[in-house]
Design a protein around this ligand. Structure first.
Ligand SMILES: Cc1ncc(COP(=O)(O)O)c(C=O)c1O
Length: 394
């Protein structure tokens, strides 16, 4: 069942500008409910945390509410949800904290499917302590990430496996659970990049086998903030670099400086907004149902996009993953991806061209030196008409 996409769109003032936003994988637009929550926090008295006055208690309440909301979104313990400037910043911080527990000769496994945000922090952290980095490879025709290869990559010296829940370039949803089971069997921790997966369906980080699950609110209709969720007991074993007077509490010890209170109010509103699409007794149930509704809607629209692109002889789809998000990368005969993106941009159609930081994937596919590929993504507010506009303009 498709929902009333026009009713959804009416909640996003930015869409009135008329741009067809196929750039969702790079960031979504924001509904009124989120803008109102951010503005509301800024208009009310909010002070720094842990003071004995009302405006400070309000700041504490905003942080607690955002942890609870994020926990409901990904199936985490609110006491293990940490916020930071972005997924990249959070992952760098976490990688440095984990590397303090690694020794020369330990092993870290990264993948060529991943955005660099779930690659470079681990590669550089491993290098800093003399740990070895090994790479899980993709199957280039499909852009699948075969699970069996992990049997050869994992050893009892493996400390961490970093893998994406979905590729922001080609949409592949790898079998994270099967990879995590293998990692756990040798005692390794699993860091899952959920940035691209989270807006496109229900998330249960425990079911996925993620010890750490990272995502970014601006990909799911919220403000520009990243969060990482983990078992608080696991976080308690880590000693991130931090200022001397700042608290040692978990998860606060991972959060540098004063939190972005207004943005955090927006995180809660974004989760509530997703939950508003669903039914259930608890917010977690409504989030799961709401995310599934959005996933179904997106699949309808994406079918039209994928079918339209596949029908053209001059368009070449990158990969053919069996399980995917509504995101596709493609090249066009005789035109560079940048030329296509520019010409579509001139017609009010937003797509990205290049590698979108999935640089190892583009290198592996031999596309990096050819300008990468054009990427188009469907999100909750994308319409069939917009798909037709894109296909016609192409
Ligand atoms: C899959 C994936 N991982 C990580 C990131 C980085 O997220 P952030 O901008 O919050 O650092 C992105 C951003 O595009 C992404 O798509």
């Amino acid at each position: 069942m498709q929902y009333d996409v026009e009713a959804v769109r009416a909640q996003f003032p930015a869409l009135a500008e008329g741009i067809a936003h196929f750039d969702g994988p790079g960031g979504t637009q924001v509904p009124d409910a989120v803008t109102d929550a951010v503005a509301g926090a800024m208009r009310s008295a909010v002070s720094n945390r842990h003071g004995d006055f009302t405006s400070s208690a309000r700041a504490d309440a905003i942080v607690d509410a955002a942890r609870a909301a994020a926990a409901d979104l990904v199936g985490a313990d609110p006491r293990g949800v940490l916020f930071g400037q972005s997924m990249t910043a959070n992952t760098y911080g976490l990688s440095r904290a984990l590397a303090k527990t690694w020794r020369p000769g330990d092993r870290v496994v990264v993948s060529r499917l991943d955005h660099d945000g779930n690659v470079r922090p681990w590669v550089q952290a491993a290098e800093s302590v003399g740990a070895e980095v090994v790479w899980a490879d993709i199957e280039p025709d499909t852009c699948e990430l075969p699970v069996e290869q992990y049997d050869d990559l994992l050893t009892d010296r493996t400390r961490l496996v970093a893998v994406t829940a979905a590729s922001n370039a080609v949409g592949t949803r790898p079998d994270v659970r099967a990879i995590a089971d293998r990692a756990h069997a040798v005692g390794a921790l699993v860091h899952v990049d959920g940035v691209h997966a989270t807006p496109h369906g229900p998330v249960d980080m425990v079911e996925l086998g993620a010890d750490f699950y990272a995502c970014s609110a601006y990909k799911w209709y919220g403000p520009h903030l990243g969060l990482t969720a983990a078992d608080p007991a696991l976080l308690a074993t880590l000693r991130p670099d931090k200022l001397l007077p700042s608290t040692d509490d978990v998860p606060d010890r991972f959060e540098l400086g004063t939190p972005a209170f207004a943005q955090l109010a927006g995180v809660t509103a974004a989760v509530e907004w997703i939950a508003g699409h669903g039914k259930g007794a608890t917010r977690r149930e409504r989030v799961l149902h709401g995310a599934a509704q959005i996933e179904t809607q997106e699949a309808w629209v994406f079918d039209r996009l994928l079918g339209g692109l596949a029908a053209r002889d001059d368009v070449h789809l990158v990969g053919a993953p069996s399980r995917r998000t509504p995101t596709v990368a493609f090249t066009v005969d005789g035109r560079s991806p940048q030329e296509i993106a520019k010409r579509l941009g001139d017609r009010g159609i937003a797509v990205w061209a290049g590698n979108y930081y999935a640089v190892e994937l583009m290198r592996r596919l031999g596309l990096e030196d050819r300008g990468g590929a054009v990427r188009a993504g469907v999100v909750c507010y994308t319409t069939d008409d917009e798909v037709d506009r894109l296909l016609e303009a192409l």
